[in-house]
Design a protein around this ligand. Structure first.
Ligand code: FES
Length: 173
């Protein structure tokens, strides 16, 4: 029984020593100087204000090839003929989209009959009357749509994009 008590006593001491070490480690962790504050991540990028065309260049329901925010980012301008989400101009019917599929980067084709941009790669389809919403397919995001502004002379300017362009870490390189 004596021996057994000693073992219990040794066990207690070991336990207390372990607790003391853990407490010291915690105190050390608490005493560490605070990490320097990280610079706030930039959630927005500065888009260029680019003239993409003029209202007079557009024919109803026919795509006009453009590029935005740089020459390596193909897209289209469309005059849909009915006021739509994100539509610019006097009739609120001018929209612009990237024409690179957000799934794996195939170039999209415009289908005037249902006003969609369609992918020949894996058949995703995007509704140009609904802000580029994907209506079928493999992509995991909607089609990037341009923020457009039309001035008093009818010049159409892009000043932003609402989704990340395919293959980029930032829309503005
Ligand atoms: Fe367009 Fe796959 S690249 S659906």
């Amino acid at each position: 029984m004596d021996r057994c008590d000693k073992l219990v006593d040794v066990g207690r001491r070991q336990f207390l020593r372990g607790g003391a070490i853990a407490a010291a480690a915690t105190a050390t962790a608490v005493a560490l100087p605070a990490a320097p504050a990280k610079a706030a991540a930039l959630a927005r990028v500065d888009y260029p204000l680019n003239r993409l065309g003029n209202v007079a260049d557009l024919k109803p329901n026919e795509p006009l090839d453009v590029a935005y925010p740089d020459e390596n980012a193909p897209g289209v301008l469309l005059k849909l003929g009915t006021r739509v989400e994100g539509g610019a101009g006097p009739d609120g019917d001018i929209v612009g989209f990237s024409t690179i599929c957000p799934h794996k980067g195939f170039p999209l084709n415009y289908v005037a009959a249902d006003r969609t941009l369609n992918c020949p790669g894996h058949y995703s389809r995007f509704d140009c009357e609904a802000g580029g919403q994907q209506i079928w397919g493999q992509a995991t995001q909607n089609l990037p749509q341009y923020a457009l502004r039309v001035d008093e002379k009818g010049d159409i300017y892009a000043e932003g994009v609402d989704e990340l362009l395919y293959g980029r870490l930032s829309n503005v390189l």
